[in-house]
Design a protein around this ligand. Structure first.
Ligand code: GRG
Length: 308
């Protein structure tokens, strides 16, 4: 779907319906994921059922939406970007399956359904996560490559975001910080890695799939970084203010696990202010995209106001 909103850095015309845009992109992403993944009956059926169970459990598809919108902002199109948008979603889903395991956050519900290990057992849940991580690279390999961004560049982007310096580093620091009094700067370190890195990677890959210029990539990087941080602050706020039914996962887990969050360190009101400030920085980062970024802006506003 092509967005019709004409962005000016501050407002969106009434005719642009973000929910319709998200619904349409979610449908396109789901159809593509369905094509990219082995069928549920393919042997060994258990693992393919488990991969599909979590992947199609009703995730919001925000990372693919950001990836596709970033591509559009740089003149790209859905078809070229789709393998990268789907690869990021596979990595994201793998991280959620593993995060929910008894050895990590030990959660029974995710995306409004029982978690993978509750349905398939721990062994298969671990393997389903592993398989989705691996599948991500097989899917990414199907992108066509661009004059400024080779397959090698795309692979480095994905491996760096998912690796021991980013996503895994965030999770390690998160686990090690449980029950301890950690500072705001340590918390920022965790948020940058466990949340912002993959979100930023989704946005950057969108730009790369449009063969974006160096300055466009910098704008997208700054946007993705700030939106990613705001996303986690909001996630921490929702963990306190929303019900498990609303979130589709167990609410109140952070306090129960004695996890440091912005609300626990600086309170709800100041956390909301920080999320707002980060979103404003994300808007400002889009200026070099000169009026082509209204969908990205609308997504950033939506992420700030989200209730699940
Ligand atoms: C490598 C095991 C492992 C974990 C990495 C990402 C992560 C660390 C853990 C997952 C749990 C968590 C709190 C992640 C932070 C990012 C976040 C808020 C994820 C939830 O994203 P949504 O709301 O989820 O987009 P849906 O289900 O809608 O896709």
């Amino acid at each position: 779907m092509s967005a019709t909103a004409s962005g000016d850095g501050s407002s969106h015309p009434d005719c642009f319906d973000l929910q319709a845009y998200l619904n349409s992109q979610t449908l396109a992403v789901n159809q593509a994921l369905d094509r990219f993944l082995p069928r549920s009956q393919t042997k060994p059926a258990t693992i393919h059922k488990a991969m599909r169970y979590s992947l199609f459990a009703g995730g919001k598809r925000l990372r693919p939406a950001l990836c596709l919108a970033a591509a559009e902002a740089c003149g790209g199109d859905n078809l070229d970007t789709m393998p990268l948008a789907c690869a990021v979603e596979c990595i994201h889903t793998y991280s959620l399956i593993h995060d929910d395991l008894p050895a990590m956050d030990n959660d029974d519900y995710r995306r409004g359904k029982l978690t993978s290990h509750k349905v398939f057992g721990e062994g298969i849940a671990i393997l389903a996560g592993d398989a989705l991580l691996t599948q991500a690279f097989e899917i990414a390999a199907q992108c066509k490559g661009w004059p400024r961004y080779s397959h090698q560049t795309v692979f480095r982007e994905l491996t760096h975001a998912a690796g021991s310096l980013q996503l895994i580093a965030g999770q390690v620091a998160d686990l090690e910080g449980e029950g301890k009094a950690i500072s705001a700067s340590q918390l920022k370190y965790i948020h940058e890695r466990k949340t912002s890195a993959l979100l930023c990677c989704a946005v950057r890959l969108g730009g790369m799939s449009a063969n974006c210029t160096r300055s466009q990539l910098q704008a997208l990087t700054d946007f993705g970084y700030n939106v990613g941080l705001a996303f986690q602050v909001i996630d921490d706020i929702l963990d306190i203010t929303q019900s498990s039914e609303q979130l589709g996962k167990t609410a109140g887990k952070d306090a129960a696990a004695q996890k440091a969050t912005y609300p626990s360190i600086i309170g709800l009101d100041r956390s909301r202010q920080i999320a707002r400030r980060l979103t404003d920085r994300a808007f400002a980062a889009l200026r070099p995209l000169k009026g082509k970024s209204s969908v990205l802006e609308a997504l950033a506003s939506h992420l700030l106001k989200r209730d699940r």
